[in-house]
Design a protein around this ligand. Sequence first.
Ligand SMILES: Nc1nc2c(c(=O)[nH]1)N[C@H]1C(S)=C(S)[C@@H](COP(=O)(O)OP(=O)(O)OC[C@H]3O[C@@H](n4cnc5c(=O)[nH]c(N)nc54)[C@H](O)[C@@H]3O)O[C@H]1N2
Ligand SMILES: Nc1nc2c(c(=O)[nH]1)N[C@H]1C(S)=C(S)[C@@H](COP(=O)(O)OP(=O)(O)OC[C@H]3O[C@@H](n4cnc5c(=O)[nH]c(N)nc54)[C@H](O)[C@@H]3O)O[C@H]1N2
Ligand SMILES: [Mo]
Length: 683
Amino acid sequence: MCGIEITYKDKEIISIKGDKKDMFSKGHICPKAVALKDLYLDKDRLKTPIKKTKNGWIEISWKDALDEVAEKLKAIQKKYGNDAVATYQGNPNVHNIGLMLYGKPFIKSLQTKQKYTASSVDQLPHHIASLLVFGHQMMIPIPDIERTDYLLILGANPAVSNGSMLTAPGFSNKIKAIQKRGGKVINIDPRYTETSRISSEHHYISPGKDALFLLAIINVIISENLSQKGHLENHLKNWDAIKEIVKGFEPNKVENHIGITANNIVKIAKDFANAKTAVCYGRLGVSTQEFGGMCIWLVNVLNLITDNTDKIGGAMFTLPAIDLVGMSAMQGKTGSFNRYRSKVNNLPEYSGEFPVTTLADEILAKDGIKAFVSIAGNPVLSTPNGTKLEKALEQLEFMVSIDIYLNETSKHADIILPTTTGLETSHYDLAFHQLAIRNTTKYSESLFKKEENQRHDWQVLNALTERMTGIKNPATPENMLDYMLQFSPYKSEELSVKKLKDNPNGIDFGLLKPCLTKRIFTKDKMINIAPQEFVDDLERLKNQLKKWNKKQQSNYPFYLIGRRQLRNNNSWMHNSEILIKGENRCTMLINSEDALQLNLTDKQIVKVVSLVGQVEIPIKITNSIKKGVLSIPHGFGHHRKGIKLNLAQQNAGVSINDLTNDKQIDALTGNADFSGTKVQIIP
Ligand SMILES: Nc1nc2c(c(=O)[nH]1)N[C@H]1C(S)=C(S)[C@@H](COP(=O)(O)OP(=O)(O)OC[C@H]3O[C@@H](n4cnc5c(=O)[nH]c(N)nc54)[C@H](O)[C@@H]3O)O[C@H]1N2
Ligand SMILES: Nc1nc2c(c(=O)[nH]1)N[C@H]1C(S)=C(S)[C@@H](COP(=O)(O)OP(=O)(O)OC[C@H]3O[C@@H](n4cnc5c(=O)[nH]c(N)nc54)[C@H](O)[C@@H]3O)O[C@H]1N2
Ligand SMILES: [Mo]
């Protein structure tokens, strides 16, 4: 989403800078953009299809590769049924126009129920909360950080990530600006992070206890009579249920579990409710928890009961030029949850997909998945219990990866279909305009032409769909964009790809405006503040609370959490010189008191053991993590044999997901529960 200005001569890149004239990012840039040069020049990047043979990988023609993939998939479906083929779509599927537009038709052509995405190791709870509260999976409330007076951040580190489900280039400056205009930013995190450093206040929370924290905050607001329906009064239902729900979650009853004093909880609750405008933002760290679904719902509740939803300075909603929410709603496609359940682990369906935590088991099961299509994903490193998944992938009869590298996941494929990326592709951001703090629109043409033998993601997917269905789709991404732009809510602008090309810095429609009352998609057109699914789930929390109250000794005394990094992108940018250089970043943070107790010294290599695996990793002793909590960044683990990532292999690190457990999930949504990972240390 950030505009960049590239100086180049022929095929040589001279510099990459932030585009100061960009309507949205206004010159902001992050290190990943500068690394586009390394990505473009990367010798390890694949450009021709390769096939696994007894004598190793061989290059094959596009026609042979695409034919063979389609034939194998068809044969397996004929022999075992459609559900014998599974698909996984990784994170770049939402960052790449080719994958966004042509992925769906291809997956649809397979007619399989075995569909997975990276959502269920990430933001699945957000979609389910939005679906149940506002009636559409993509009606994601966006904190109006440009105008708010009080920002409460839970489980997010935007100073590193630049915001997530909240597109906001230069987030750190916006955090500082809130304080400059007299506002406050409160950060709740088990680690004192890059974001904590620039916030007004930081409070250490015990991992996985945010549902208790949020319930306690809401409890205070209700008992102090600070709640108000406000401007949404006539659009809210089940309001009175909230009072019942928070009973028993008084701050003094739960403070010990949360790790934040009752006094501080009361103060935050009152300050939030009394602020002129306020907004609570909960993200990855609260989404990937045992009660992740409940957490994201409660974030919505907090913003609703303080009359901070759909209001300037509160939680707002976007109206992008290509309005996917409005367009899908017109077709009655608002999302679905729990229409049916997965075979092996009985996990709920969400919009036609299953939680990826059950993927390995579904492959290993008798009559399970026989073929697997991985599209721009690296689940071996990014999903819990990666070791189990890689064993499962070995059992498949056929696997294909559509990916730019021979990496930890694609090495298990029989055929890899490599695509263009970065500077070789044009881009319109269909997904992240939906989540942006400002309504803008922009199209970026590719900088360089692809090489003769290369294929774009959209071409590969289109060719596969054609082979599966026998139907040709002649439309290019630009054709499809032009079509969608016709339905733009900004009619008078007469938007088209041509017009966007003429405006390379983007077109601005301004900051977000209240619009929710026209965009409530529940059947009765009411905002459901207390959906039954979440209310019922409270029983599970209450039972868990009883167990926590018993305080038993554990063989795994430490909580293990992640640590997203500025100079990578999940698992796949470690092969860039500019990003990977410097000292080893794959270290485990440990609190200095814990280190002292175990007699550990800085940089010492320790063995870390969980219920499902173990790794060896150097420690970094620090005061900036809560006692009893450890942190390892995700996305490393490039020591695996048979991959082709020269620089990444030299900085291999270990994978945190060799410790996380595929059985440890949010039972309501099926999302991975990373924050609940328990480990022991063997010096
Ligand atoms: N423990 C722990 N685990 C986590 C997380 C965490 O915080 N902690 N974070 C989670 C989150 S938020 C996410 S989103 C997931 C990500 O999970 P995944 O999406 O499975 O992993 P990525 O590392 O993003 O892998 C992206 C893949 O796409 C390929 N690729 C890159 N660009 C292109 C392209 O243009 N075209 C094609 N075809 N391929 C491309 C890369 O080579 C790589 O193989 O990981 C999750 N896993
Ligand atoms: N440079 C860079 N930027 C990225 C990415 C990247 O890999 N590199 N990945 C992108 C992707 S795919 C995503 S989804 C976003 C994610 O962006 P964010 O949602 O900001 O996620 P993280 O930066 O992982 O921050 C999660 C925070 O939650 C904290 N946390 C862990 N457990 C708990 C808990 O139990 N309670 C609370 N309150 N906090 C907890 C962690 O300490 C961490 O500070 O970032 C995106 N941006
Ligand atoms: Mo993500």
